[in-house]
Structures are given as structure tokens and as C-alpha cells.
Design a protein around this ligand. Structure first.
Ligand SMILES: Cc1cc2nc3c(=O)[nH]c(=O)nc-3n(C[C@H](O)[C@H](O)[C@H](O)COP(=O)(O)OP(=O)(O)OC[C@H]3O[C@@H](n4cnc5c(N)ncnc54)[C@H](O)[C@@H]3O)c2cc1C
Length: 309
């Protein structure tokens, strides 16, 4: 089976989510060609993650319609029956357009392979898993970031320039505004996250949350009401209507653990809940639970970590 992987780049390197999509395709036994767009250093890391070849478009494309045309053209030239892309902001916009162009089946947000051509994904806010049979002759999938991990065998792939009829750009990004000024790792890529909710009672109390996050080099997150009330910026909101995260460690203080919150955090490897209410639903999802007042527990935890060898 030939596969075309759309691998987004950042500063000349493949993004982690892009490499995961690539690794997924390679593990399915496909011969994988990566399409990479914009600045690229060498093969951008695609060879080590499983690409036999990289097709490269030097132009920095922003219009998702143009990117979709490029992906569909590359899939066609490679005879690909499978197209994979990361389920990130770009892959989510590009993949359905590619599926329409190819007349292919489409499964967004795949989280695992069952066997052969059967994949699974979260449904109903993470309360259930759908098992989906890929029965179309051609299929387009997006892989959920952090669901598959990145393979690396140290090899490199040959890079070929690729040209396609991209059509006209229908949108132009005029500029970017950083959502985070503190230089922390963006939430979807963070391996450690410290999060807090309404139990913190007001924005003036976030110092103790920030101190713990800084101490363990974690990224900050929060529950939805906290960002709705303007206590914290919207880009920190995790959950069903916010960002989905899968860190190695998720520490949540003063968060009850509503189903909509859990939908975005329940794939974390280790969950630590701090709550005064022993019946808080988050304790059921947690690996470690501390029944206690966040105003006492957070500073103690920070202090204890600071004094560890
Ligand atoms: C369609 C829809 C989508 C939604 N999407 C999201 C989403 O994406 N993300 C999200 O988070 N929510 C979402 N919500 C809201 C969700 O249902 C909950 O209302 C929300 O998650 C609750 O936030 P919280 O845990 O911060 O607050 P609360 O539910 O008020 O919980 C506060 C917790 O803090 C504890 N506490 C109080 N004082 C302390 C203290 N001193 N120390 C320690 N613990 C203390 C309390 O025991 C309580 O458990 C959504 C709701 C709907 C209807």
C-alpha cells in the first residue's frame, strides 16, 4: 500500500504531530511518501520516522485549499490509496478537502488501530470508542496528536522538489499574535501540565499554580469557567470545547472533573487531582488524589519538589 503523509513543518523541521501521522502510516505497513511545505532543513526528520521519500514545495503556503490541492496531487503522483495528516489545525482543514478531491473515505481523529483496516477514535466526548472499518478503496485519516508517538530509526529520506497546480489563494494570513508570552511549550505538545479551576476562587490566586508549573517546567491550563470569567486566557482552556491534551503528567487543582473537562484530559498518562471534596468526579479518573485545600497543597507540593535531589 502506498501512503502520502502530509507533514506540517515549523522552523524547517517536521512537527511532532506530523511525525506521528507518518509513524502511524509506516506501522500500518505502507510505503510512505511525505509531502512537506515551506522552509525545510534536510528531510526535516521525516526519514527517521518512516518516510521513504520527501516531496517538497518550497513556497510557504497558508491557504488550506491550496495545500489540499498539493496533497491530492502528491497522492495521485505516488499512487497513494491512503493519505494521513495530523489532526491539528492544519490537518483538520486540509484532510476533508483532500478526501473530496480523491473521492475517498475519511476518518478524522484516529486514536488507534485495531487490526488491518479497522481503526478507532473517541466519540461522545471520550465516553466511548468507535471501531471503524475502512471499506473505501482510498482513505484519508487524521491522527490525533499524542495518540501514536514518533518512531525514529536514524535514517534519512531523499528530498525531491514537487510542483502542483495550486490554484489561487483564497485567504492570506496577515500576521500572527503570540497567545503565550512566557515561552512555555504549547499545550498540545506539553509533557507536563498544571491546571486549575474555579476552586482557586479568583485570578489573584494563580501565583501558587504558576509557581508549581515553573518548578516542574509545566505548561499552564485551566477549566472552561475560569477562562470564560476572564481569570485566565482562553488558550489555556482544556476540555471538550477547548484543547485536547495528552501529557505525561496532568495536575489539576480545584477542578471538579465534569465530563466535558475530562474529554480533553483523560488521555493523560498520569493524572493528579487536588480537591477538598473527596466525591469530586475527577478523583475517579485520577491516578493520584490529594483530598485537601489547594491553597495549602500547591505550595507544599512546590516546596517538596524544590527540595528534592
Ligand atoms: C457544552 C459544554 C461544553 C463544555 N466544555 C468544557 C470544557 O471544554 N472544559 C471544561 O473545563 N469545562 C467545560 N464545560 C463546563 C463543565 O461542565 C464544568 O462546568 C466545568 O468544567 C467546571 O469547572 P471547574 O471544575 O473549574 O468548576 P467547578 O465545577 O465549580 O468545580 C470547582 C471544584 O473545586 C473544588 N474546590 C473548591 N475549593 C477548593 C480548594 N480550596 N481547594 C481544592 N479544591 C477546591 C470543589 O470541590 C469543586 O470540585 C462545558 C460545559 C458544556 C455544557
Amino acid at each position: 500500500m502506498n501512503c502520502l503523509a502530509f507533514v506540517p513543518t515549523k522552523n524547517g523541521q517536521a512537527t511532532k504531530a506530523g511525525l506521528e501521522a507518518l509513524s502511524y502510516a509506516k506501522r500500518c505497513g505502507a510505503t510512505v511518501t511525505a509531502l512537506m511545505i515551506g522552509e525545510l532543513n534536510g528531510d526535516g526528520g521525516a526519514g527517521a520516522a518512516g518516510a521513504s521519500k520527501v516531496l517538497h514545495i518550497e513556497e510557504h503556503l497558508q491557504d488550506e485549499g491550496q495545500i489540499a490541492r498539493a496533497v491530492a496531487a502528491a497522492a495521485d503522483s505516488e499512487g497513494a490509496t491512503l493519505v494521513v495528516a495530523p489532526h491539528d489545525h492544519q490537518g483538520r482543514a486540509v484532510a476533508p478537502r483532500v478526501a473530496v478531491r480523491m473521492g475517498a473515505g475519511m476518518v478524522p481523529g484516529v486514536t488507534g488501530v485495531i487490526e488491518g483496516s479497522e481503526v478507532k477514535k473517541n466519540v461522545f466526548s471520550g465516553k466511548a470508542m468507535a471501531h471503524i472499518q475502512l471499506s473505501a478503496g482510498k482513505n484519508v485519516l487524521t491522527t490525533t496528536p499524542n495518540a501514536f508517538g514518533v518512531d525514529s530509526d536514524g535514517s534519512t529520506a531523499a528530498v525531491e522538489a514537487f510542483a502542483a497546480d495550486l490554484g489561487e489563494a483564497r485567504l492570506v494570513v496577515k500576521g500572527y499574535e503570540a497567545s503565550s508570552e512566557d515561552g512555555s511549550i504549547p499545550l498540545p505538545e506539553a509533557s507536563r501540565v498544571v491546571s486549575a479551576g474555579r476552586g482557586l476562587k479568583g485570578p489573584e490566586h494563580w501565583g501558587i499554580v504558576e509557581e508549581l508549573a515553573q518548578t516542574i517546567q509545566a505548561t499552564m491550563a485551566c477549566s472552561r469557567p475560569v477562562s470564560d470569567m476572564g481569570w485566565r486566557p482562553h488558550h489555556e482552556h482544556v476540555g471538550q470545547t477547548g484543547i485536547t491534551i495528552r501529557p505525561d503528567l496532568y495536575i489539576a487543582a480545584g477542578i471538579s472533573g465534569a465530563i466535558q473537562h475530562l474529554a480533553g484530559v483523560n488521555q493523560s498518562k498520569v493524572i493528579v487531582a487536588i480537591n477538598t471534596d473527596p466525591e469530586a468526579p475527577l478523583f475517579k479518573a485520577a491516578d493520584y488524589g490529594i483530598v485537601g485545600d489547594a491553597f495549602e497543597v500547591l505550595p507544599q507540593l512546590t516546596e517538596a519538589i524544590k527540595t528534592m535531589d
